[in-house]
Design a protein around this ligand. Structure first.
Ligand code: ATP
Ligand code: MG
Length: 434
């Protein structure tokens, strides 16, 4: 016998099977709800774009230099699977020039060639929002509040909001140069893994986990000494706003985030319940120069992205946000010729009940087993005598296992009543299932 070829998901990717996918979909709906309440509309952009769109994230960043899924298409164009959403949203803004502020949200898969581990994949999914066209610090507050509301909606409690400011673009450039000079002057004291970042991305050394490197940066130049009065008052307004909305935060001067385009407010929500290297649930900030970099007018913007896989890992760790119940409520057992099962499931579904059945003319025993396994609350049973009498036997499966004989014409209404009285079961709410 020759061995058949079998295939597995590529490294760093996975199948999301139905029970997980239902929970996943519920999280998207929860996010949609908060985004729409705040005036953000859904935007879909392509999964791949011209590589140039993403180059603007910064030539010194890992996302651009090491992790990009880029390829040349059959027409000779250099394309990339999108590694993040913000640059694509800005590209879309420049292309369509909608009225500002342009407030959009998005969700979908993103791609980075990373070393896979728990909470870090090569294909992962993000939820995000962006507000383009206003420099008002109250937009920063609004954006952070949407993220906070989503975390609250799924019941996550052990989360920390860290904020920082990068100042304006000039401040970022001046500060980056000062940090680089300081690091170079003290290069021998830096951990080896940080030495290689000094030239291209010195600010990333600020959030190094190595104590020797942290000692060097602690006595180095501090960003607050570089901030303009306008940048300070922007950041103060953000803090006042968060306070007014009751959103707890901590200022973390070492928070820099990975991409080059950030200015002014930066923030991260971290999950205390997750392992340190993958504990950022959601990160974002202002990017006041990005739209211009992509060929548009000088336009401010701010947004964040939230990792769906990490959100659900954090929910698991905090034992919150269980998967919505997608089990059938009713199982139809038909030991005649299947016609009653065909018609009754159709009628029940039309009345909004999750109804299912066995196929292939199984025995009573086998259909009963399937009904029990399904988790349904009620079984409807049609045998020869019920068929002859125009009735259906209605049996509760979970608690009492009592049985009633109901006229076929009344059975859907009867089932609706039984389900309404059964506390264990619910028809999924609109917000649970999209
Ligand atoms: P990290 O420092 O954890 O690599 P990042 O700064 O690269 O995060 P962003 O580019 O800001 O992350 O992406 C926003 C969110 O998307 C992250 O906070 C995280 O929840 C999620 N995310 C990013 N990369 C991955 C990945 N490879 N696998 C799973 N989730 C990811
Ligand atoms: Mg990363």
């Amino acid at each position: 016998m020759t061995k058949k070829n079998t295939f597995q998901t590529p490294i760093g990717t996975r199948d999301v099977e139905p029970a997980d996918a239902a929970r996943w979909q519920a999280l998207i709906s929860a996010f949609q709800n908060e985004a729409e309440l705040a005036g953000y509309g859904l935007l879909h952009t392509p999964i791949f774009e011209d590589l140039g769109v993403f180059r603007r994230l910064g030539e010194g960043t890992d996302v651009v230099t090491k992790e990009m899924y880029d390829f040349v298409d059959k027409g000779g164009r250099t394309m990339a699977l999108r590694p993040e959403g913000t640059a694509a949203v800005c590209r879309s803004f420049v292309q369509h020039r909608p009225p500002t502020p342009w407030k959009v949200w998005y969700h979908g898969p993103f791609f980075r060639y990373e070393s896979p581990q728990a909470g870090r994949q090569r294909q992962f999914s993000q939820l995000g929002i962006e507000a383009i066209g206003s420099a008002d610090p109250d937009v920063d507050v609004e954006i952070i509040a949407v993220a906070a509301k989503v975390l609250e909606a799924v019941g996550l409690k052990r989360v920390l909001l860290l904020i920082n400011t990068m100042g304006d673009a000039d401040t970022r450039v001046a500060y980056t140069a000062a940090v680089r000079d300081h690091l170079k002057a003290n290069i021998t004291e830096l951990d080896a893994s940080d030495r290689v970042r000094v030239d291209d991305h010195p600010l990333r050394v600020l959030d190094s986990k190595h104590m020797s490197s942290r000692d060097v940066t602690t006595r180095g130049p501090q960003l607050r000494d570089f901030l303009s009065a306008a940048a300070i008052s922007h950041f103060e307004r953000v803090q006042t706003g968060l306070g007014a909305l009751g959103i707890a935060f901590a200022i973390e001067p070492r928070l820099v985030r990975g991409l080059d385009y950030y200015t002014h407010t930066l923030f991260e929500f971290q999950a205390s319940a997750l392992d340190g290297a993958q504990n950022t649930l959601c990160g974002g900030g202002r990017y006041d120069g990005l739209v211009e970099e992509l060929g548009g007018p000088d336009t401010p913007g701010i947004g964040f992205a939230m990792g769906i896989e990490r959100m659900l890992l954090a929910c698991d760790a905090e034992r919150t946000y269980p998967a919505p119940d997608i089990r059938p409520q009713v199982w139809v057992i038909d030991v005649t010729d299947g016609t009653s099962a065909r018609d009754l499931t159709h009628q029940l579904r039309a009345s909004g009940h999750r109804a299912d059945r066995s196929f292939d003319g199984r025995s009573m025993r086998s259909q009963m087993k399937a009904a029990d396994r399904s988790g349904a609350v009620v079984a409807l049973i049609v045998g020869d005598s019920e068929l002859a009498d125009g009735t259906v036997a209605v049996r509760r499966l979970r608690e009492s296992a009592d049985q009633a004989i109901i006229a076929r014409t009344d059975v859907v209404a009867h089932v609706a009543q039984v389900l309404a009285e059964s506390p264990a079961i619910s028809t999924p709410k609109d917000e649970d299932i999209q």
